[in-house]
Structures are given as C-alpha cells and as structure tokens.
Design a binder for this molecule. Structure first.
Ligand code: NAD
Ligand code: DAU
Length: 365
C-alpha cells in the first residue's frame, strides 16, 4: 500500500495539523515558524501535557494573533480516547510528533516516564492514526527523533541514515524504540510516515536544564558551571529554526517511509562551548572575563556519557534542498540576548514541579 503513487508528497492535504509537545522547546518554535509561512493557511492543534518542560506561555503571542487557527489541548499522548476525539473533531490530516521526555540526565535518574511517554505515547498516537486514517493517502505522520539513537562516535566518522542503531541511555533507547514502532507501522500497516533524526538544538525557549541555557542562567546568577568529565565530549549544534525548517520541508517534499538526518555540521567540545559562552556573557554583562571563567567547575561525569555526535546530512541537502541558515556565533549571541531579555519566562518555567525536583536531586547546584 505504501508504494502506491497516490502517497506522493503533492497529495498531502495539510489543513489540520496535530503538533504534539508544542509547548516545549522545539515544538513551540515549530508552531511559530509554520504560522509565519504564508503558504500555510490551515489550523494547528497543539496537544501537550504541560510537564515541567512545557509552558503554554511560550505561545501566548501565537494564541492571540492566530485566533481559532490555533487550538491548545491540555492532555497526554497516551490517552487514546482523547486522541480519537481530537482526530475526529479537528479532522487531523498531519501529525508532527515532538512530545517526549527529552533530558538524558533525568532518564538516568528516572527512566519510567521516558518509557511511558516516548514508547507508549508514540504507540497510542500510531494506533489512533491507523484506526482513524485507515488507508487514506493524503495524510502524514512525521516523527521527530534524535541522533542519539545511533550511539557514540570516536574521533572520526559520522552518523548516516543507514548507521545501525546503538542507543546507550534510557532516553535514547526509548527514542529508538519509538522510531522502530513508527517504521513498523509504515511497513506493516502502510501508515504514511516520515522521520527525522537531529543533532543538538539551541535557541529561544529551551528549558534551562540543557547545556546552553543552563550555562547562561548560571553565569547570570554567578553560580558554578558544571562541566561533566573532562569536558571534551563533542556535540553537533544546530539552531532550532534550522531544524524546524528541515521538518517543514520534509512534511512537504519528503518521500513516504523515508528517514532524514538533520545536523549543524558544527562540532564543538563542551568545554570550548562553555568558554565561548563565558566570553559572550562577560561582554554582555560587562563583567571581567576571568571572573566569569572561574565559575567553570569540572564535575563527576554523566554515566554512559556518549563521547561524540556528528551528523552527515547530505541526504536532506541533496534530495530536498535544505541547508542551515544560521551561523553559530550569531545564533549563540541571539540566544544569549533572548535569555537575558526573557527573565519572566525563565523564572516561570523553573518554578513549580521543576523546582521541587531540583531541590531533591541537585542540591549542590
Ligand atoms: P522539551 O522537553 O522541551 O519539550 C517536550 C514537550 O513534550 C513538553 O512541552 C512536554 O510538556 C510535552 N510532553 C511530555 N510528555 C508528554 C505527554 N505524555 N503527552 C503530551 N505532551 C507531553 O523537548 P524538546 O527539546 O523540544 O524536544 C522535542 C522533540 O525533539 C523530542 O521528541 C526530542 O526527542 C527531539 N529532539 C530534541 C533535540 C534537542 O536538542 N532538544 C534534538 C533532536 C531531537
Ligand atoms: O543530540 C540530540 C540530543 O541533544 C537530544 O535528543 C536531547 O533531547 C537533548 O537533550 C540533547 O542531549 P544532550 O545530552 O547532548 O544535551 P545536554 O544539553 O544535556 O548536554 C550537552 C552536552 O553537555 C553533553 O555532552 C553533556 C554536557 N553537559 C550537560 C549539562 C546539562 C555538561 O557538561 N554539563 C551540564 O550541566
């Protein structure tokens, strides 16, 4: 069924898009990017459980500007009855699935939620799509995944779409499980799908538990900057809008059943990145550079810490014409400026449930 030429990208309807996890970092930026596309005239339904990582305030402007073209539903992707209701009531024809537990450190301290949301939640969504869409050819389920499913690289080499899966944390194992389910629903039931595996994102609205916003927040408050292990682990950084533009292109032009790797081609050792942030912040806050750098504190390594990630994204460049637009230096500066001017957002997302968790797990920070 999935080889049928009716499943070609130009037949996709894309009028009523269900975005899961749209109150999180990448999802909220995605919704804003889609509404800025003049060619998108449809409606977005944002289904989000508002865990500690979700904040409806991240889309306050969108809700007021786009009126009934934007609908927020507070709920859990594991709730099949709710999913069916949403699919029927809003005539969903496209799913862009971001919702997940996303932080590796938390998956080490408490893997259960990761299995529940990332695997069981993806399963519920797939089941609903299969049941409601039946054999429709004008629909698409896009699954957002990570490069972490490929494991850890040595000093050389890259992750390709064909690299065997080798997840090493409960987070990446749960994402790998969800990727396999999406792929199985395509092969077994003919569900029209596309999938993307992306490297580390940075930009506005990222929860300040992840490396870049955590360091910005700690520098600001003159708190220690915890660098894990020897600080020489490498990540490939991509500005969030570049990731979301790639997803936009995949859902329009991507071939049914295909996976696309997305990356920054921008590898940085953690310690070099933290030092660069210290330099930018010292300048912005008008503080002596040495005082800021003195905050760097080497701490115990993350268990099973993957050494290096690096994405080969030739496929999406060659076949869909996507490429990165943001340069790291300007993207980082823009991100720092955003955090410095959005104190209220930072305080709001760090309060409540997250605050209690931090007090229990990270008293020393
Ligand atoms: P995030 O943690 O900032 O946001 C996740 C969102 O999902 C939150 O709004 C949360 O409330 C929601 N959510 C969690 N459990 C839910 C549930 N059971 N039902 C409904 N909503 C739920 O994550 P992010 O960094 O924006 O990542 C989004 C997606 O992109 C994830 O699937 C992640 O694996 C993937 N990804 C992230 C990166 C990155 O660098 N952040 C890179 C590659 C891929
Ligand atoms: O590669 C894509 C992945 O990138 C996404 O799938 C994940 O959802 C996202 O969280 C991110 O995972 P990482 O583990 O790479 O991101 P994190 O920001 O947690 O850490 C980046 C690097 O910095 C990593 O090598 C660990 C290190 N680190 C992190 C924190 C939070 C520190 O040295 N100190 C810290 O305090």
């Amino acid at each position: 069924m999935s080889d049928n030429k009716n499943f070609s990208p130009e037949n996709r309807t894309m009028k009523n898009m269900l975005v899961t996890g749209g109150a999180g970092f990448i999802g909220s930026n995605f919704i804003r990017l889609v509404f800025h596309k003049p060619e998108f005239t449809g409606r977005i339904i944002n289904l989000d459980k508002l865990t500690y990582a979700g904040n409806a305030e991240s889309l306050g402007d969108v809700a007021s500007i786009y009126g009934n073209r934007y609908v927020f539903v507070h709920g859990d992707i594991r709730d099949s009855a709710l999913l069916e209701k949403i699919f029927m009531e809003y005539e969903i024809d496209t799913v862009v699935h971001f919702a997940a537990e996303s932080h590796v450190d938390r998956s080490i301290e408490g893997p259960a939620e990761f299995i529940q949301t990332n695997i069981n939640g993806t399963f519920s969504l797939l089941e609903t799509a299969r049941k409601i869409w039946k054999d429709r050819a004008d629909v698409l389920f896009h699954h957002v995944s990570t490069d972490e499913v490929y494991g850890s690289l040595g000093e050389t080499g890259y992750f390709y779409e064909t690299t065997p899966y080798d997840p090493r944390s409960p987070y990446s194992a749960s994402k790998a499980g969800s990727d396999h389910l999406v792929s199985a629903y395509h092969h077994t039931f003919g569900l029209p799908i596309t999938m993307s595996n992306c490297s580390n994102n940075y930009g506005p609205y990222q929860f300040p538990e992840k490396l870049i916003p955590l360091m910005i927040s700690n520098i600001r408050q003159e708190k220690p900057l915890p660098v894990y292990g020897d600080g020489k682990n490498i990540r490939d950084w991509l500005y969030v809008d570049d990731h979301n533009e790639a997803i936009w292109q995949i859902i329009h032009k991507g071939i049914n059943g295909e996976t696309y790797n997305i990356g920054g081609e921008n590898e940085w050792e953690n310690i070099r990145l933290v030092e660069t942030l210290c330099e930018i912040m010292a300048e912005k806050l008008n503080r002596p550079m040495d005082d800021v750098k003195k905050l760097i504190t080497y701490v115990k390594d993350r268990p099973g810490h993957d050494r290096r990630y690096a994405i080969n994204c030739d496929k999406i460049k060659r076949t869909l014409g996507w490429k990165q637009k943001y340069n790291f230096e300007t993207g980082l500066r823009a991100t720092v400026d955003w955090y410095l001017s959005h104190d209220a957002w930072v305080q709001s997302i760090q309060s409540g449930e997250y605050q209690k968790w931090m007090e229990k797990n990270y008293r020393e920070r």
